[in-house]
Write a protein that binds this ligand. Structure first.
Ligand code: ADP
Length: 384
């Protein structure tokens, strides 16, 4: 019967960062309450939910406390003790995406193996349990080394053009893969419900910062042909189906010079490439994720306006209580939507917020986003 008590559901969120924060807001809109697990008291998501368990993502007791106090548990990060989650799932706790899928994806080597086994195109790779100059040379340059665990936002990834770059290697269990000279980096968000229903968001283009492998500017929709857009959506959907994923997944893709698509990596969670969906799409990625994990019908993913998104990063050389310069000037520009994440301390290159710009066409939105980037600066009181 289509009748729900209030709260509609108690949702546990492992990870109290910006993704969790935006998820809590969407949850409240739907009449749900949230408990957040994060080691930092007053985390961005904890502030909004009003209920946080302070603890580590690898602490079995805290993970148990969270899952046992909620109807459904999900996460906004990947670096979690998935063994404990698997045990809780076996005991009947509802956890989505499944701890099994999380375990496969959180290790970049098993993730790549799963993609290859499913026949999903991805850069050729080999395991590199112990990096040595000889092993790298035998694989051949240029190559990309990726740490099996713990990397995000470009940490844990090293692009090496030649043997001269070997000294920058990461001395940890890794994989190495072929360097793909991509003409564009694309992303497709895929939502998959508990019943297997799948919805893709229109493909977006991620322009990366050359230094640091971090997202610089997101263009939505991507300027690609209809054929490429459809192929990207179909590849992303096949990827999530092959993993039997439930929830929103971010699928990062390379578009090569020959027009082929390859999966770079899979995020088993809401994604930086979908922040614009809050203002620009019929259903935003956070609400969509909740619909999927709660077994509710998925929403329409249509994009209502061209959008460009930039991250607001902590300025170099500044640490401490954030100071936001240029906020009023940015807000004076029509179509500028500012999100500040409520992090207690700024640090160089830390994601402190983001801005989505809506405009009639992508070129104007982009122009405004560049203006905003020049106007807003996040420094800190206690510099340095
Ligand atoms: P992260 O987990 O940090 O997001 P990614 O695997 O997405 O790591 O790599 C970060 C960035 O590094 C990518 O967005 C891309 O710019 C670059 N990169 C990763 N793999 C390759 C590759 N095989 N060829 C070329 N560039 C790559």
């Amino acid at each position: 019967m289509d009748v729900f008590p209030y709260p509609v559901a108690r949702i546990g969120i492992i990870g109290g960062g910006q993704l969790g924060r935006m998820m809590v807001k969407a949850a409240k809109r739907l009449g749900c309450t949230c408990v957040v697990l994060d080691p930092t008291p007053g985390s961005p998501a904890g502030q909004v939910s009003g209920h946080q368990i302070v603890g580590d993502y690898h602490d079995p007791a805290k993970l148990r406390e969270l899952c046992e106090s909620c109807d459904v548990t999900t996460f906004d990060i990947e670096d979690i003790d998935s063994d404990t989650l698997e045990e809780l799932a076996r005991e009947g706790r509802r956890i989505y995406p499944s701890p099994r899928v999380l375990a496969v994806i959180q290790d970049k080597l098993t993730q790549k193996q799963a993609l290859t086994d499913a026949g999903i195109a991805t850069a050729p790779f080999i395991p590199m349990p112990e990096p040595t100059p000889e092993a790298f040379a035998a694989f051949g340059y240029p190559l990309v080394q990726k740490a099996r665990r713990g990397g995000y936002d470009g940490r844990g990834v090293v692009v090496m053009r030649s043997a001269a770059d070997y000294p920058q290697h990461l001395p940890v269990p890794s994989l190495v893969e072929r360097f793909i000279p991509a003409t564009k980096e694309l992303a497709v968000l895929v939502a998959r419900g508990r019943d297997g229903d799948c919805r893709c968001y229109p493909v977006v283009e991620m322009q990366m910062r050359p230094a640091g492998n971090m997202l610089d500017m997101l263009l939505a929709p991507a300027e690609v042909s209809r054929v490429t857009a459809a192929a990207a959506a179909s590849l992303a959907q096949r990827t999530v189906e092959s993993l039997d994923g439930v929830g929103v997944f971010g699928i990062e893709l390379f578009l090569t010079e020959t027009g082929d698509l390859m999966v770079n990596e899979v995020a088993p969670r809401t994604h930086n490439s979908g922040h614009h969906t809050i203002e620009a799409n019929m259903t935003d990625q956070f609400e969509q994720h909740l619909r999927a994990v709660l077994g509710l019908p998925l929403g329409a993913t249509d994009q209502l306006s061209p959008a460009v998104m930039i991250n607001l990063l902590g300025a170099p050389g500044h640490r401490g209580r954030p100071v936001i310069k240029g906020l009023a000037a940015a807000l004076a520009i029509p179509g500028v939507c500012v999100h500040i994440y409520g992090k207690a301390a700024a640090a160089p290159l830390r994601k402190m917020g983001h801005v989505t710009v809506l405009d009639r066409d992508l070129a104007s939105a982009r122009h405004k986003a560049e203006r905003v980037r020049a106007i807003i600066e996040i420094t800190a009181e206690d510099h340095p």
